[in-house]
Design a protein around this ligand. Structure first.
Ligand code: URA
Length: 255
């Protein structure tokens, strides 16, 4: 049933595009194109407007004639190698993280991004609230990185990283920084930040007159990369999902 005024109805009213993308079968862009192509029916009538409001308690939605079911929540942990981009498609044809996860069982999106040249832990999920909790800096979820710096760093430089450095988009919050070891020409350090700004660790090292040569994310909150092989993924355990603020239901869920 088409609703003109969504505010006047129940909280289960959603746009058709959102309902389809939340069903775990594809991205919002996919959903829009399927709707536009006439593959989606609401109560047996083809609807080609992605912003059409549907009432999940009453309306029956099908994609290619098959009823849409709520996707099970999925939470994956991928060990992203460098050289893979954290988006679905790359206009330049470089490999993406989706090349590594294959068919995980439902549509999942990366939680935040790792740069092309960064490797390490990347969580992917179809639970948008969970993703928002992990990426919203207000929740201060710690992200741990190991860094190979382009130079030997003094204690004073490490202290500046700890206190916060000035970046073009404002000062960084205090960070945990520990020297892991010094090689002849490079310092290896571990840095824990609770924000996730674009290229943040790289820019922080530049702010103390050094550079990142190698960057690996080893943990988010309680979740560690552990002995997962590079390029492989696994499901997060229930404890890990709970520790990061998710609920990991075994059942399907409401769209
Ligand atoms: N900081 C960076 O500079 N790059 C990343 O990929 C993640 C954090």
């Amino acid at each position: 049933m088409h609703k003109k005024n969504p505010q006047s109805s129940t909280r289960h009213l959603k746009t058709l595009e959102r309902v389809i993308s939340k069903a775990g079968v594809g991205s919002r862009t996919d959903a829009r194109s399927w709707i536009g192509a006439g593959r989606v029916r609401v109560n047996q009538r083809t609807v080609q407007n992605p912003d059409h409001w549907v009432d999940l308690d009453r309306d029956r939605i099908t994609l290619d004639g098959k009823p849409l079911k709520a996707a099970k929540r999925l939470y994956l942990l991928l060990y992203k190698p460098k050289g893979y981009i954290t988006t679905r498609r790359d206009p330049e044809g470089r490999p993406t993280v989706y090349d590594l996860i294959g068919d995980a069982g439902a549509w999942v999106s990366p939680v935040g991004r790792l740069d092309l040249e960064t490797s390490g832990l990347l969580v992917m999920t179809n639970d948008n609230d969970f993703a928002e909790r992990l990426t919203n800096p207000d929740h201060k979820v710690p992200k741990v990185y190991q860094v190979k710096a382009a130079s030997l760093l003094t204690e004073e430089q490490l202290e500046r990283l700890r206190q916060g450095v000035e970046l073009s988009d404002g000062p960084t919050r205090p960070a945990l920084v520990s020297r892991l070891r010094d090689g002849p020409r490079h310092t290896f350090l571990e840095i824990t930040i609770s924000e996730g700004r674009n290229r943040q660790v790289r820019r922080m090292l530049e702010a103390v007159d050094s550079k990142v040569l190698k960057l690996v994310r080893t943990a988010i909150g309680e979740v560690r990369i552990g002995d997962l092989a590079i390029g492989r993924w696994r499901n997060l355990t229930e404890e890990e999902v709970r520790a990061l603020g998710g609920t990991h239901p075994k059942q399907g869920r409401r769209l």
